[in-house]
Design a binder for this molecule. Sequence first.
Ligand SMILES: [Zn+2]
Length: 490
Amino acid sequence: MGVADQYEMVCGLEVHVELQTKTKIFCGCTTEFGGNQNTHVCPVCLGMPGALPVLNREVVNYAIKAGLALESEIAEFSKFDRKNYFYPDLPKGYQISQYEQPFCGKGFLEVNSKKIGITRIHLEEDTGKLIHPAGTDYTLVDFNRAGVPLMELVTEPDIETGEEARIFCQKLRQIFRYLGISDADMEKGNMRCEVNISLYKKGEEKLSGTKVEVKNINSFKFVEKAINYEIERQSEILEKGEKIIQETRGWDSNRNATISQRKKESAHDYRYFPEPDIPPFEFTTKYVEEIIKKIPELPDAKSKRFKEEFNLPEKDVEILISERDLADYFEEVASELEEKICSQEFSLSKDKVVKIAANYIITELRKHLVENNETIRDIKITPENYAEFIGFISSGKINSSAAQTVLQEMYRSGSDPSQVIEEKNLMQMEDDGELEKIVENVLKANKKSVEDYKSGKQNAFQFLIGQVMSVTKGKANPKSAADMLKKKLE
Ligand SMILES: [Zn+2]
């Protein structure tokens, strides 16, 4: 039994998400990423004396949306506070944040049917960025990021495994994307995660351990790895009878380890006080109801509905709902197909046709998207045309190799499938007489393979099928071709 088995973990997360409003939280500067250094700035976000912040209303709407999606209590009263500290990336000498009256209180998010509690969600402004040019002994500061709206979400210490933490973060990203409030991309830094971990021995009091913070985690995979690493590291120390040092550590992805960054000597005193330049808030029921109306169906609900409505396996549903646009696309295709099924254009059941549509989206269509570095939003194929394409497959009018060609052309040009099929002459051969002639010719031209087949070589059969398909340019129904071939060989 490993050392880690004798300990239980207490783990909570702090997640920072950059909200994708067009302008910053307290001024009209753009939030756009990049641009020359210190060009997306004004007296407000540069902290000039006398400059006054004006709150971006949309930022508040976004935070309330997030709170509602995560079942949080929405505060009736809320306010901003000043968090005072000095750092070169913080020009005012304080950050406008929220202390004891955040916008959103307790909520939760379900991970593998378990509720992970959310303590609070609040808003604050992002800081600038320090740049340390290589080989120099000075530091530059870029304030383009200063004042970008940041939403902080704190969880209860409910997380019990690294995997749980990873899934929690992935689900958060999915929800924020559904809500359209942030891309929440950890690799790009618009979602940042901090992990707080302590261990306690089984049978002891839950919060008896010393808390270690791990920062600089920039991917979902690393959230899981960092937690697993800390469980091992801390349990080994405890097993030796030593004490865990309260400190901040960072995740080093090259070394696959957390490394000490700084010891926590004392808790900071930020001297929080109410921000005098921004009046406090009072949220009316009417306002909250208006926001509720703008919340789309969320991933968990959509997943449940897709399973019931379309009878698809869990794995397929998970992929289809991974992005809201992809789920919408699939649904539009499914409803187009439903019309065709009702008018009996083909004899397959609804479940079978929908499954074919899902399969082609999950495998073929996504392959094209990846190859072209595009998303479903960029796609030229309309749901109507896509449904028509699935109709051709379902009714057996084109075979699977022709389907690939058709889809590729549709993807490239956006043209409708009947046009592509006609232009490329891909309609499946339905005339058995024609197929029979072709099979006879193939057998004549490949006497050696026929002998091989008769002496028991199965490969020869595959070769002959290949010849038939090649002569028919892939238009023969592979099954009809195989049947015809067998008949002629006997
Ligand atoms: Zn500004």
